[in-house]
Structure formats: C-alpha cells, structure tokens
Design a protein around this ligand. Sequence first.
Ligand code: FEO
Length: 166
Amino acid sequence: MMISKAMNTSLNRQIANEMNASHKYLAMAYCFEDMGLKIFARRFNQQADEERGHALKIARFIQDVGGSVVFEGLDKPKSDYKTAKQIVQAAVDSELTVTSQINDLVAQAEKERDYATRSFLQWFVDEQVEEVSSMTELLKLVTMAGEQYLFQLEGRLMAMMSAKSD
Ligand code: FEO
C-alpha cells in the first residue's frame, strides 16, 4: 500500500464528507422544488451529482494506491429551510467546511511526506476555490434579488449553468 493506514482512514472519512455534502444538496434541491424554483432545484441536483463524483474520485484513488475503501452511513440532512437565501447560505457554509477538510488532508499528506496523496488532493484544492466562489456569487444574487424576485433570477442561473458546462 502506497499510503499510510492513517491516510487511508482520513480519505475514507472524506468520502463520507463528500457523500454527506451530496445528500445535503439533494435535500436542498427538493426544498427549492417545493418553493417552485425549478432551476435552482436543477442546479442543486447537479451539485449533488458532483459531490458524489468527488466521493468516487477519492475511492478510485484509494484503490489505485492499494488502500481499502470503507463507506460510512449518511447523516440526516436538514430539509426545513424557510427561504432560498437560507439554503444558499447553508451551501456556502458547507463548501467552506469542505475546504477546511481538504486543507486538513493536504496538511496530513505533507506531514507524512505522502506526495502521491498531496498531488492527488491539488484537484480538490482548486475545485473548492471554484465551488466557494460560485456559491458565494449565487448568495450575492439571491440577496440582491430578494425572495420575491427569485423567479427572474432563474433565467440568470440557467445562463450561468450552461456557461459552466460549455
Ligand atoms: Fe466536494 Fe463541494 O465539495
């Protein structure tokens, strides 16, 4: 095995963190759906898929370096948000939490002189910059629009989503 047992455990923990993030986004997507905000719901569904992808990317790496993948149970996500702004604020907070989890993993890899894991984690470091930035931008837009103008904001959100997938 190319990584330490401790690193294997930390990476498995991060798989659970990413799966929990995915689950959280899914719950948020359905809250948007309940509010009649279909495009917000689609954006958050898409984000849930991305988070699941992050978990699987870590699982793949663990396999590649000869470790063993262990899945944990999921936490129950919050699903009683009252406003769209509350949801987007929770998404920003969640991305900041994941950023600090990734930073902890990087610190561990550097401490262990585990350069394979350090190199692998760089993708996540960069991804977090993108995700914190795009959620923060969305929070600004939601705050600026106010709850009653969110339907108009959906058009803008759709454009942002298609620009991202280009
Ligand atoms: Fe995989 Fe948005 O953190």
